[in-house]
Design a protein around this ligand. Sequence first.
Ligand SMILES: Nc1ncnc2c1ncn2[C@@H]1O[C@H](COP(=O)(O)OP(=O)(O)OP(=O)(O)O)[C@@H](O)[C@H]1O
Ligand SMILES: [Mg+2]
Length: 349
Amino acid sequence: MRILLDNFSKSFGSTKVIENMKLEVGSGEMLALLGPSGCGKSTTLFAICGIHRPTGGRILFGDRDVTDLPSQMRNVGVVFQSYALYPHMTVAENIGFPLKVKGVNAADIRKEVERISGLVHIGNLMERRPAQLSGGQQQRVALARALIRKPDVLLLDEPLANLDAKLRLEMRSEIRRIQRETGITAILVTHDQVEAMSMCDRIAIMKEGEIVQLATPADMYNDPRTAFVAGFLGNPPITFLRGVMKEGSFAMPESEIRVPVSIKAAEGTKLTLGVRPEHFNPAGDVSVVGKVTFAETQGRENLYDVQIAGGSLLRSIQPVRNDVTVGDEVKWAIDSKGVFVFDDDGRRL
Ligand SMILES: Nc1ncnc2c1ncn2[C@@H]1O[C@H](COP(=O)(O)OP(=O)(O)OP(=O)(O)O)[C@@H](O)[C@H]1O
Ligand SMILES: [Mg+2]
């Protein structure tokens, strides 16, 4: 089921949170709403769900205008960060509850509960109560409960935020598998870029109530339109250098660094250079001397912060090596093919 936000706006009193948002989520697609705290992700999701009434614009499911429909008539499945299972009910009763409310008979409920619990792999937990489950198991129950009514749309707001790192990893791929198997159209709200990149077909990056870029994870990473987007994706994050255009290169007044850039800008134009950590290492083409101020091993890779002339930092990620520690001077190099150039307002050039 396609979801369309047509000039959707939402204010709380005089506070405008979203203004004229346009967004189309394709049928069967999983889309991430990604952005910093307070940018309006949940507000958007709540409006799609029917909890918030838009101040302006329309919301369509397929060709049907649902703007004025109450939540329970929209046929949406919802999973939030706190999954709020009913503590006194068993797992089976929790999952079957939405059907019971609808008046479905006991035999049919049992059949559906069995089907859906198989899908989310909790068939062996049916008689337990929520308190007797791990966080990941509880989240699976919440997901099963959201899916049992065969919703047209699945809405997820930070569903993994309460889980520990290992469970988060496991549930990331599980939610994606279930979304694919059911073919349901899904929107995932998150401020975790790794979650958005790994789980979704496309990502909408939001800033202050606006979608600033909408693209596949790969396009978003390789072709960010702004410094904000470039800074939001990538772990460890990109580093930025400030400089000016000089004779076809990015130049820093405080250092000898000259990075050839293939953009058109007048001499002296202020530029920001974005360098991802994988593009600063011994193999690059533009030599840079600096001092290691931070070193950390991440198991398979090492992470370094290197302070260069003028005090700016460059970050480097490299296969594990034991010959460099904090305080060392290094001569590594920027891969000029991998850099991004932005103007003074953060727009990509
Ligand atoms: N019921 C409300 N009344 C007034 N202001 C609200 C209300 N709900 C949200 N806001 C404001 O709207 C803005 C967006 O909030 P929203 O909850 O959508 O952010 P978010 O992107 O989900 O952030 P987070 O990542 O922290 O969950 C915030 O400035 C928030 O204070
Ligand atoms: Mg939120």
